[in-house]
Design a protein around this ligand. Structure first.
Ligand code: PHE
Length: 346
């Protein structure tokens, strides 16, 4: 190799380096470029090793040309390195939380309420809300349970002290059932009525199957010519839509003071589908009460029982939700203990 070949090779290296560095945008690529151009096995290093084979009078000059080229390359790499570090630093947000925050969801009671509302709205019911702090009269007297009537015992009511007793409406209570909305709705609007009243209810009971606060939904339909087959149709509709197409509704004779005739409503068991199993014993699970609105109740609501008839039903939300297929909770109190390990399962 002579001096000119040596200088040409250096110029080629410089030219190639210039063109390659102009397209580098990442730190990793820059590291590779560095080793390619000034690393131990780079073409430039190779040339530096060749100097000793050049004629003695050109060695110093060629050495200095090669070193200048090497320094140029080094300094350009350093400039780009600083630039890339600056950019990367600015991409880091030091205030960002390194941990992913857990995303919550609605409590299953809220979701059940939405689902039930939607099921009934599809067949023309509308949702109403009535007070949880209620008068005795709406919860009992207007429902054909006069003062001191023993039937009231079943409702385990919380009475509120220190509030004046109203002459007509009696004492203040925490409503023990959504049926207290029945006469309220009759006094609010004229028939036809198709209400679904969903609300918190309170009873003085706490054990594996009761919490002192729970939710009910109450259906009330009043129109001309309403009969039991309409009630059964609505119950069948609800049961297949809420529990599933393979589930059935059944009504059994019962007694409530505010409906006549009265029924208890069952849904076929989701495990054995009505055959009878360990969970349900006889194939059916009780989901609530229902019946044809008692004429006395219609009268309290200023509705003429000779002209109109109606049906009502009242179901517990927590109980019904837990009877949906695949959900088994052996202590209903867990629902309101706010233990996230329990709640996230739903
Ligand atoms: N209110 C009754 C209860 O809480 C249920 C019911 C509602 C029964 C409507 C008949 C008609 O047990």
């Amino acid at each position: 190799m002579n001096k000119q070949d040596f200088i040409n090779s250096i110029n080629d290296i410089r030219k190639n380096f210039e063109s390659e560095i102009s397209s580098i945008v990442s730190y990793d690529d820059l590291k590779q470029l560095k080793s390619k151009y000034i690393g131990r096995s780079s073409a430039l290093n190779n040339l530096l090793c060749q100097i000793k084979y050049l004629p003695i009078d050109v060695r110093a000059e060629c050495g200095s040309i090669a070193n200048t080229c090497k320094h140029e390359i080094e300094s350009k790499i350093k400039v780009l390195y600083d630039e890339l570090c600056y950019k990367t630093d600015n991409l880091i947000d030091p205030t960002a939380n390194p941990h992913k925050l857990p995303v919550g969801h609605q409590h299953f009671t809220t979701r059940a309420i939405d689902e039930i509302t939607e099921i009934f709205e599809r067949i023309g019911f509308y949702r109403v809300r009535y007070p949880e702090v209620e008068w005795d009269w709406f919860a009992f007297e207007s429902l054909n349970m006069p003062k001191d009537h023993p039937a009231r015992d079943e409702w385990e009511t919380f009475f509120i002290d220190n509030i004046e007793v109203n002459e007509k409406y009696g004492r203040r209570i925490l409503t023990p059932h959504t049926s207290s909305g029945q006469v309220r709705e009759m006094l609010r609007v004229k028939p036809p009525i198709r209400m679904i009243n969903i609300s918190k209810c309170y009873r003085r009971q706490i054990d594996v199957s009761h919490t002192p606060m729970f939710h009910q939904f109450e259906g009330l339909v009043i129109d001309k010519g309403v009969n039991i087959s309409h009630l059964k149709g609505v119950l069948d509709y609800f049961v297949t839509n809420f529990f599933g197409n393979n589930r059935k509704a059944r009504i059994r004779p019962y007694h409530f003071r505010f409906t006549e005739p009265s029924f208890e409503v069952d849904v076929s068991c989701g495990i054995c589908l009505g055959e009878g199993c360990k969970l349900c014993k006889n194939g059916w699970l009780e989901i609530g009460g229902a019946g044809m609105v008692h004429p006395v109740v219609l009268q309290f609501g200023n509705i003429d029982p000779n002209e109109y008839s109606g049906f009502a039903f009242g179901f517990g939300i927590e109980r019904n939700y837990m009877m949906k297929s695949g959900i088994s909770v052996d202590d209903i109190r867990l629902i309101y203990q706010n233990d996230i390990r329990f709640l996230t399962q739903f």
